[in-house]
Design a binder for this molecule. Structure first.
Ligand SMILES: NC(=O)c1ccc[n+]([C@@H]2O[C@H](COP(=O)([O-])OP(=O)(O)OC[C@H]3O[C@@H](n4cnc5c(N)ncnc54)[C@H](O)[C@@H]3O)[C@@H](O)[C@H]2O)c1
Length: 266
């Protein structure tokens, strides 16, 4: 059976979103909840620390640190016991990272890859048994334009997000025969809290992250609306912004110009 676009008129879906206490994750929760789907919003924040009224009606909150296998096992147990399965997994949790290679130590590399890349691997591995038994479902992985075009002074973030793109493409083909759709969402900069999550020994990289994220025009509402339109249409690679399309097409079609532009940012 081939993966097929989701039919939004179907019975309410059962959705798990990671990194759901802020930014894009919170907006994915709202998008599904407002349409009557059942949502398990998860994040590494303790339930008592989630501000009252943050989550919409129809969403349940649960602690899930994407780096902890036991949290994933408990979340899958919860969806199975409570809902009898899972239809959509949104692997959204992530942190900002960056800095020149000589300034970033191995602890930081491990931290970034453990959250941004292996967090998504764990999510896919955890949900897969349920989705396969159902012979259907959707995995939405949130990567970034940085997973497709690789600006200087962002090696750890670029590598983590390129890994999410590669994982998604692999699973797209691997899971299509099981009726499971895989989409990878690649936003450009979005105004969220992500710059606060950045730890870097490179002050220039910290300042750049703040500048681009805090100054971004795109809001989570706009980006999630665009992303979900594409996901619901069964699209695999979802570029939510004009700048993302310019950069990724520019890399392919205008190599020398693209390389000059990137070098100018160092
Ligand atoms: N904001 C941007 O400019 C931008 C651009 C492209 C891609 N993205 C990606 O979008 C995703 C969401 O980021 P955002 O911009 O909404 O940031 P955000 O900081 O507003 O939200 C990220 C959420 O992830 C959670 N999180 C972090 N580590 C976690 C862990 N180990 N386990 C569970 N939850 C964890 C945080 O607590 C937070 O609630 C990330 O994967 C990010 O890389 C963001």
């Amino acid at each position: 059976m081939a993966a097929h676009p989701q039919d939004s008129s179907r019975a309410p879906r059962r959705v798990l979103v990671t990194g759901a206490a802020s930014g894009l994750g919170l907006e994915f929760v709202r998008w599904y909840a407002v349409r009557g789907h059942r949502v398990l919003a998860t994040d590494r924040i303790a339930p008592d620390d989630v501000p009252a009224g943050l989550l919409p009606d129809g969403a349940t909150y649960r602690l899930l640190d994407v780096t902890r296998d036991e949290d994933w096992a408990a979340a899958m147990e919860w969806v199975q016991q409570t809902w009898g399965g899972l239809d959509v997994l949104v692997n959204n949790a992530g942190v900002a990272a960056g800095g020149r290679l000589d300034l970033i130590d191995m602890d930081e590399w491990h931290r970034v890859l453990d959250i941004n890349l292996l967090g998504v691997v764990r999510g896919c591995r955890s949900a897969l048994p349920l989705l396969r038994v159902q012979r259907g479902g959707t995995i939405v992985n949130v990567a970034s334009v940085a997973g497709l075009v690789h600006a200087p002074s962002m090696a750890s973030y670029n590598v983590s997000k390129a890994g999410v793109v590669a994982l998604s493409e692999t699973l797209r083909h691997e899971l299509a025969p099981h009726g499971i759709q895989v989409s990878v969402v690649c936003p450009y900069f979005v105004r969220t809290n992500i710059a606060n999550s950045m730890r870097s020994a490179d002050p220039a990289a910290l300042a750049a992250a703040r500048h681009y994220v805090d100054g971004a025009r795109a809001t989570p509402e706009v980006i999630v609306r665009r992303a979900m339109r594409a996901v619901e249409a069964g699209r695999f690679l979802v570029l939510t912004d004009a700048m993302g399309r310019v950069l990724s097409w520019g890399k392919r079609l205008a190599g020398p110009l693209y390389r000059r532009a990137l070098r100018a940012t160092t």
